[in-house]
Design a binder for this molecule. Structure first.
Ligand SMILES: Nc1ncnc2c1ncn2[C@@H]1O[C@H](COP(=O)(O)OP(=O)(O)OP(=O)(O)O)[C@@H](O)[C@H]1O
Ligand SMILES: [Mg+2]
Length: 514
C-alpha cells in the first residue's frame, strides 16, 4: 500500500510542490525517511509517531519508508509533519478519502496539536498554482493563507479535528474554511502616523516629499530631539499605497522570516524598519543556516531607517550599498545561494558630532575640535554616495511647537502630490527598467534633464562658489527633475535647481569641511 499526499517546499521566496510518498512492508519495525530531508524533517518521525498514537489512531507496524519527492531538492523545516501523519493513516487504511486535490502544511506536537510554521503564504500560492483545490494549514497561519484566492483554506487546530473532517464524521469542533481576506477594506490600509503631528519643520517635510516623489534616499543631520526619528517614521505615510502585488511580495518575506503577526493576514502598509546599530551583519542583510531575510528585505517596498548612521559598523554599511542600488540581495551559503528582494527607500539620521550640538543655535558643542570631522568621516564613502538628499534638521523653534490649531498639512495632501509626480515618472520610464528619477541611467539623465543656458550658468556659479564635487552634479540634476515633476513642469527651471542645491547642504557644509 503506497500513500501519496501533497505538500509544499520552500527555497528562499519560492515554493515548489512536494509529494510525500509512504510505504509500509514486512513485519519488522523500521522508519526510513528519504528525499534530502534536513534534521528538522527527519525528526518528524518521532513527532508523528507520538502524535498518531496520542490522537487515538494506530501507528502502522512494519518497515515504513517515507520519500519526499522531488528527491533531489533539499527539504527543510517541520511543515511535513502533517502530510506524513496523513500518509501514515492512509497506509494503515484508517483514512480512505480522495486527497488528490488537497495539500497539507504544518508542524504537529506530540499530542497532535497543529503548530504554526514559516512561509505559509508562498506555499499556499504555489499550492493553488499547481492545481490544488484546498489546503490544510495551522490555524495560526490561516490569516496569511486566506489572502490567496481560488483555493479553500482550512485552519487546523488538532489532527483529530482534521481526520474527523476528512472522514466526514461529526465533532463538537468542526473544521470550517477560513474567510477570504478583503484587501480593499480601507481601514486596513491607513497608515497610523501622520505628518500633521509634526509642527513646523517645513524644510525637512518638503525634502521628504521630494524624496518620496523621486525615490531618493535621504540623510538627516541634526541635534538630539530635533524630530529626525519622528519625521522618518512618517515617510511611509506619503509613499503611494501598496498595490496588492506589492503587499503580497512584502508579506511573503515576513512569512518566511517568521515575522508575520498571526492576526494580520496581509501586510497592507509599507514597512518601516529601523534596525539598531548593534544589529549583526546577518540580521541586517539576511543569513542563518537556512538563510532568512534580513532587515533590508523586511523593509522591501517600504523604508529602511538607519538611525545614528555613524554608529553602524562600516562593513555592514558597505555590504548594503549594492543591494540598495539593485533592489535585491544575494546570500551565499555552502548549500547554495538565495536572492531576496529589497526595494527600499533608505533614510538615515545622525547627529552632526558626537555630543550632538554642533551648529545648535543655543547649546554649545562640547566635542574636541577634530572629533566632529572624525565622526563624519565614518559615514563618508560608498553608502553616502547613494544618498541623493542630505539635509540639516535644526531644532524646531518654540513658537512652531506651541502653535495651536490643526494648520499642519496632512500626509494625505502630501501623498496626492507625490502620486502625481510618480505618475509623470511612470509615463516617462514606461518600457524601461527605471522606476523613478533616482534610478535614472546616465543616458536618461541626458535625455530628461536638459538645462537651459541660464540654468547651466546658475549651476556653474554654484559649483565654483561652493566647490561641489563632480558626483554631486548628477544628484542635483536628478533632484531638480523630481522637483520639476512635483511642479508639473516639463522643463527644469532655475527655481528647481536652486531648491535641489539646498538638499545637498551637507556636501558643502559638513562633508567638505567648509
Ligand atoms: N516638530 C515637532 N513637532 C512636534 N513634536 C516634536 C517635533 N520635534 C520633536 N518633537 C517631539 O520631540 C520628540 C523627540 O523627537 P525625535 O525622537 O524624533 O528626535 P531625534 O531628532 O530623532 O533625536 P535623537 O537625535 O536623539 O534621536 C518627539 O517624539 C516629539 O514628541
Ligand atoms: Mg532619533
Amino acid at each position: 500500500m503506497v500513500a501519496k499526499v501533497h505538500s509544499m517546499g520552500l527555497t528562499g521566496l519560492d515554493s515548489f510542490p512536494v509529494e510525500v510518498e509512504a510505504d509500509v512492508a514486512g513485519t519488522k519495525y523500521r522508519f526510513d525517511m528519504v528525499g534530502l530531508p534536513d534534521a528538522a524533517v527527519n525528526e518528524a518521525k518521532e513527532r508523528v509517531e507520538a502524535a498518531v498514537k496520542n490522537s487515538g489512531f494506530a501507528f502502522p507496524y512494519g518497515h515504513i519508508t517515507v520519500n519526499l519527492a522531488p528527491a533531489d531538492v533539499r527539504k527543510a523545516g517541520s511543515v511535513y509533519d502533517m502530510p506524513i501523519f496523513i500518509a501514515m493513516l492512509i497506509v494503515s487504511r484508517q483514512l480512505k478519502t480522495d486527497l488528490s486535490k488537497s495539500a497539507f502544511i504544518g508542524e504537529i506536537s506530540l499530542s497532535g496539536e497543529v503548530r504554526r510554521v514559516d512561509g505559509v503564504l508562498p506555499m499556499v500560492i504555489e499550492a493553488r498554482n499547481s492545481g490544488m483545490e484546498r489546503v490544510f494549514v495551522p490555524a495560526e497561519n490561516a490569516k496569511e493563507a486566506s489572502v490567496v484566492d481560488r483555493i479553500r483554506v482550512y485552519p487546523v487546530k488538532t489532527m483529530r479535528q482534521l481526520v474527523s473532517f476528512l472522514r466526514g464524521t461529526d465533532t463538537d469542533d468542526p473544521l470550517l474554511p477560513a474567510e477570504p481576506f478583503d484587501f480593499t477594506a480601507a481601514e486596513t490600509r491607513r497608515y497610523p502616523l501622520d505628518f500633521a503631528d509634526v509642527k513646523g519643520q517645513h524644510n525637512a517635510k518638503r525634502a521628504l516629499e521630494v524624496a518620496a516623489a523621486g525615490g531618493h534616499n535621504i540623510l538627516m543631520s541634526g541635534p538630539p530631539g530635533s524630530g529626525k526619528s519622528m519625521l522618518a517614521k512618517r515617510l511611509p505615510s506619503i509613499l503611494p499605497d501598496l498595490s496588492f502585488e506589492e503587499a503580497l511580495q512584502t508579506t511573503k518575506i515576513y512569512s518566511i522570516a517568521g515575522a508575520l503577526d498571526a492576526q494580520k493576514g496581509l501586510i497592507t502598509q509599507r514597512p518601516f524598519r529601523s534596525p539598531h546599530h548593534t544589529v549583526s551583519p546577518a540580521g541586517l542583510s539576511g543569513g542563518g543556516a537556512v538563510p532568512k531575510p534580513g532587515e533590508i528585505s523586511l523593509a522591501h517596498n517600504g523604508v529602511l531607517f538607519l538611525d545614528e548612521l555613524p554608529e553602524f559598523p562600516r562593513s555592514s554599511l558597505e555590504t548594503m550599498r549594492q543591494p540598495i542600488e539593485d533592489g535585491k540581495i544575494t546570500i551565499s551559503r555552502a548549500s547554495g545561494s538565495l536572492t531576496y528582494p529589497c526595494q527600499v527607500m533608505l533614510v538615515a539620521a545622525m547627529n552632526p558630532c558626537p555630543c550632538g550640538y554642533l551648529g545648535h543655535p543655543t547649546k554649545p558643542c562640547t566635542c574636541a575640535p577634530a572629533a566632529a570631522q572624525r565622526y563624519l568621516a565614518r559615514v563618508s564613502g560608498p553608502l553616502l554616495d547613494r544618498i541623493d538628499i542630505q539635509i540639516e534638521v535644526p531644532p524646531v523653534d518654540f513658537e512652531a511647537l506651541t502653535a495651536r490649531g490643526g494648520q499642519e498639512e496632512t500626509s494625505e495632501a502630501i501623498r496626492a502630490r507625490v502620486n502625481a509626480a510618480r505618475a509623470i515618472q511612470q509615463k516617462r520610464f514606461a518600457g524601461t527598467a527605471t522606476t523613478c528619477n533616482a534610478k535614472m541611467t546616465e543616458q536618461q539623465l541626458e535625455t530628461y534633464c536638459v538645462l537651459s543656458e541660464s540654468c547651466k550658468k546658475l549651476l556653474q556659479n554654484v559649483f565654483d562658489r561652493l566647490g561641489l564635487s563632480a558626483r554631486a552634479y548628477n544628484k542635483i540634476l536628478k533632484l531638480a527633475r523630481t522637483i520639476a515633476d512635483l511642479d508639473g513642469a516639463e522643463n527644469i527651471a532655475e527655481a528647481h535647481i536652486t531648491e535641489a542645491i539646498r538638499y545637498r547642504n551637507l556636501d558643502r557644509r559638513i562633508f567638505s569641511g567648509k
